[in-house]
Design a protein around this ligand. Structure first.
Ligand SMILES: Cc1cc2nc3c(=O)[nH]c(=O)nc-3n(C[C@H](O)[C@H](O)[C@H](O)COP(=O)(O)O)c2cc1C
Length: 135
């Protein structure tokens, strides 16, 4: 298994914790995770990857964070076909609409969403047993 990028946006740390859990899952599966804050990541690094993970909490009104994550995801959509993408994020008062829509977008772009759906955690995640995208 080669390096797997885990790229996330997190305002108050919950999705960042999930990124850590995803990285642990990758390590447990014998891989190496490259965890990056989306603000310091270029979507270009994902172009040659078969599998990677993206994390973003529910923001706006059931939307992705619009400053960094939304433009990043728009870039990813252009080359997502054939890739396996793990999606994760934290939310509070909603019921996961943002994640269902995000997963649909990735599938419409031709990607496979790892596990068939995004992993969501209400506020601070408890120890998520998260099996990550296999390479
Ligand atoms: C500006 C803003 C908008 C939000 N919009 C939603 C929302 O539409 N639905 C929801 O369930 N939670 C919403 N939340 C709650 C966050 O998703 C929740 O606090 C989450 O745990 C934040 O994750 P983070 O710590 O990774 O930033 C919003 C929070 C903020 C600050």
């Amino acid at each position: 298994m080669s390096d797997i990028y885990v790229i996330y946006w997190s305002g108050t740390g919950n999705t960042e914790m999930m990124a850590g859990a995803v990285a642990e899952g990758i390590h447990a599966a014998g891989g190496h995770a490259n965890v990056l804050d989306v603000a310091s990541a270029s979507a270009d690094v994902l172009k040659d990857a078969k599998a990677f993970a993206l994390g973003c909490p529910a923001m706006g009104s059931e939307q992705l964070e619009e400053g960094d994550m939304e433009p990043f995801v728009e870039e990813v959509e252009k080359f997502a076909a054939g890739k396996t993408i793990g999606l994760f994020g934290s939310y509070d008062w909603g019921d996961g609409d943002w994640m269902r829509e995000w997963a649909s977008r990735m599938e419409a772009a031709g990607a496979t969403v790892a596990g068939g759906e995004g992993v969501i955690a209400n506020n601070t995640p408890d120890e998520e047993a998260w099996r990550t995208a296999e390479n």
